[in-house]
Design a protein around this ligand. Structure first.
Ligand SMILES: NC(=O)c1ccc[n+]([C@@H]2O[C@H](COP(=O)([O-])OP(=O)(O)OC[C@H]3O[C@@H](n4cnc5c(N)ncnc54)[C@H](OP(=O)(O)O)[C@@H]3O)[C@@H](O)[C@H]2O)c1
Length: 246
């Protein structure tokens, strides 16, 4: 595993699911982790308890990434507390499913606001911070739904496709500053995120996966660390699929 000692990593949605695995893998690799969550204090406390061994290496912040004032306040604090930012992982995301014909504007907007606008707000502030040091890695967690489309997920699919388009664009804008911008696209991963789906639907989804199993949070974390490493300097604007062949 690449050594991330001396590297400062900001991860959204860091206290649960995929984000927690990403944070813990960076901690084991020696990194300094700044974890963001939106309000689930119980999960944040569990993250802290689970990672006592690495207590000196991480700090958690509460911030709703869809709110510009909260993101600006977070970065103002980070600018005061950290010498630089090396890596941003845009992992936080939500889904609120409904058939498009029945989807109210609130459901549409909330998913776009968190998944896409949140990625924009965090990436904008991170780029400004990273440019001071002329180095950076930005990785956003998208989804194969962006290219496949699933019934009931028009808002989610649009937000995830938007992340990919934004990534390709930003990659070009910051290439000469030695900042790379990529996506990791996990398939079905067993977390709280899909826990509420009916058992029959989960069984149907499993049949779609050529490997006939859901992925683990560690499968995703390993791909993220690969793209975040110094050796991945020539990979930018890419989407790495971690889907068991989906
Ligand atoms: N699980 C899958 O099968 C799968 C597949 C493809 C892509 N993904 C993507 O992977 C990412 C992580 O998914 P997951 O399965 O780990 O989800 P999860 O277990 O539901 O965790 C979501 C995390 O995002 C945080 N979050 C939600 N809204 C936020 C906001 N407005 N501001 C800041 N943080 C917020 C949550 O914070 P709190 O704990 O405070 O609520 C939580 O830490 C998402 O972007 C998702 O779209 C997941």
């Amino acid at each position: 595993m690449e050594d991330f000692t001396e590297q400062i990593i900001l991860i959204t949605g860091a206290t649960r699911g995929i984000g927690k695995a990403i944070a813990e893998t960076f901690l084991k690799a020696g990194g300094t982790v700044i974890g963001v969550y939106s309000g689930n204090k119980e999960a944040a406390d569990k993250f802290t308890a689970d990672n006592q061994t690495f207590a000196a290496q991480f700090t958690l912040y509460r911030c709703d990434i869809s709110k510009e004032d909260e993101v600006i306040a977070l970065f103002a604090e980070l600018q005061n507390s950290y010498p630089r930012l090396d890596i941003l992982i845009n992992n936080a995301g939500i889904r609120q499913d409904a058939m498009l014909a029945l989807m109210d504007l609130e459901k549409w907007s909330r998913v776009i606001d968190v998944n896409l606008t949140g990625t924009y707000l965090m990436s904008k502030q991170a780029v400004l911070f990273m440019m001071q040091n002329k180095y950076g890695r930005i990785i956003s967690i998208t989804s194969p739904v962006a290219r496949l489309g699933f019934s009931g997920q028009a808002n989610y699919a649009a937000s995830k496709a938007g992340q990919i388009a934004m990534t390709k664009t930003l990659a070009k804008e910051v290439a000469r500053k030695k900042i790379t911008v990529n996506c990791v696209s996990p398939g079905f991963i067993a977390t709280d995120f899909i826990e509420d789906l009916p058992k029959e639907q989960l069984a149907e989804y499993k049949k779609l996966v050529p490997m006939r199993r859901f992925g683990s949070v560690d499968d995703v974390a390993n791909a993220v660390l690969f793209l975040a490493g110094k050796n991945s300097a020539y990979i930018s604007g890419a989407t790495l699929e971690v889907t068991g062949g989906l």
